[in-house]
Ligand binder design. Sequence first.
Ligand code: G3P
Ligand code: MG
Length: 244
Amino acid sequence: MQANIFAHRGASKYAPENTMASFSLAHQQGADGIETDVHLTKDHIPVLMHDERVNRTTNSSGYIKDYTFEQLRQLDAGAWFSPEFAGSRILSLEECLEWTQDKSLYLNIELKNNKIDYKHLETIVYDKLSRYHLLHRTILSTFNPISVKRLKHLNQNIGVALLTSKRSRNLVSAAKDLGANAIHIKYRLLDHLLVDQSHQENMAIRAYTVNRPRQMLRALSIGCDGVFADVPEMAVHYRDQFQN
Ligand code: G3P
Ligand code: MG
């Protein structure tokens, strides 16, 4: 099976992460899918940002959970990256789903509930995906093991990945026990043994973040099922070259 390239927060090397500019560019660059991160606003709207706070990627400060969606919409989510992107807006999950609907893209929605365990985040995201008929091409992922369980409890058939930046000896069996379908692991922890162990348990394994050709070729050669790349065009190029 061909390895899938997910644009990490969109084509985030070239455009402000998790914005429409970044997602559009990822699509243009031939990514198979988009990876994005989701939090909840004060009024329980799922929005796409990486950090719990708006400080790094907007012109304001404070926690997402303390802003209403309307307040968040007033912020500039692009000027921090470059003046060219000034005026970019924070997206709601719904806007992203709307945009994805008529494109042949996979989605990886990462629930950012490992630091703040947003109440009902799993159900809110699940319901939106269901409403947009996108569940079949979405992988939900989280660093929070309990959340993996909650997601599988909502629907046994959805694709859920356990995210990890640690490699414990029992990682694959722990992921399996939670009901995960895949492991998403930090690239430097990826090796042949882990790929084989995952595949023996019928589990996919994908690596983040793969931004160099050397890393991409290594990931492919050991049988990794997918990568998250800030530079999707590079990853697509090497994947296509490797596969042919
Ligand atoms: O989902 C892969 C990757 O995005 C996980 O780490 O911190 O970039 O969200 P992070
Ligand atoms: Mg992420």
